[in-house]
Design a protein. Structure first.
Length: 220
């Protein structure tokens, strides 16, 4: 009779590969989504009505539709117009576009926490807006939004489980393959759940460290 320990030992290589794929896809998506989210936040607060309208439409679609629908649209729609993507690339693209919308809203909220007096003082000193954003706004912004970005990172990691539907062998799909070999769904899925919890715990610890780092720099 297979126990959870037997499953871990027998399928440790497959579990490590599946975990690595989940972390890779999620991590790349979060990192690529950050600059897009920043751009979206600045667009949402722009005085240009066309830029702002486009940002609102983008945000509404990617925040208002199921992530599974978004994934399938990217996977099937782009090849239909001549853009062939591998399943992994399609997964990263879909998750990136999704998290960019959520990070954009997070950054937009963070912009409200940056003192307007600082911006006005910088403008009076003759600094141009791109310079103000780079030297004043963005450093403070990351300190303000780190907890929310940490939560979004956890959400993306959990949502990455859906990429198994387009045949990406991440953690959940690895678990499904192990179940088909062992016929022990309870033990396998409990184990998969524990791995996700441990990964989320690591993200939370990383988020706290980043928050402490930004706070320390702000105090200097």
């Amino acid at each position: 009779m297979l126990t959870a320990i037997d499953i871990v030992w027998s399928y440790k290589d497959a579990l490590l590969m599946g975990t690595a794929m989940s972390v890779f896809v999620s991590g790349i998506s979060i990192l690529m989504g950050m600059p897009l989210g920043l751009l979206l936040a600045f667009s949402l607060t722009s005085r240009n009505i066309f830029l702002r309208s486009f940002a609102v439409i983008y945000r509404s679609f990617w925040r208002g539709t199921p992530i599974l629908v978004q994934l399938l649209l990217v996977f099937y729609l782009l090849p239909a117009v001549g853009i062939d993507l591998s399943p992994i690339t399609a997964a990263i693209l879909a998750l990136t576009l999704n998290t960019a919308a959520f990070q954009g809203e997070i950054f937009r909220g963070g912009l409200k926490g940056v003192g307007r007096g600082q911006l006005e003082a910088a403008q009076m000193l003759g600094l141009r807006m791109p310079t103000i954003r780079r030297r004043i706004v963005i450093p403070q912004l990351f300190r303000l939004v780190t907890p929310a970005i940490t939560n979004e990172s956890i959400s993306i990691l959990k949502n990455s489980s859906i990429i198994s539907v387009i045949s990406v062998t991440e953690l959940l799909r690895t678990g499904q393959q192990i179940v088909s070999s062992t016929y022990r769904p309870l033990e396998v899925y409990v184990l998969i759940g524990v791995i996700y919890i441990l990964l989320n715990l690591l993200i939370s610890i990383g988020g706290r460290c980043a928050e402490a780092h930004f706070s320390k720099r702000a105090a200097v």
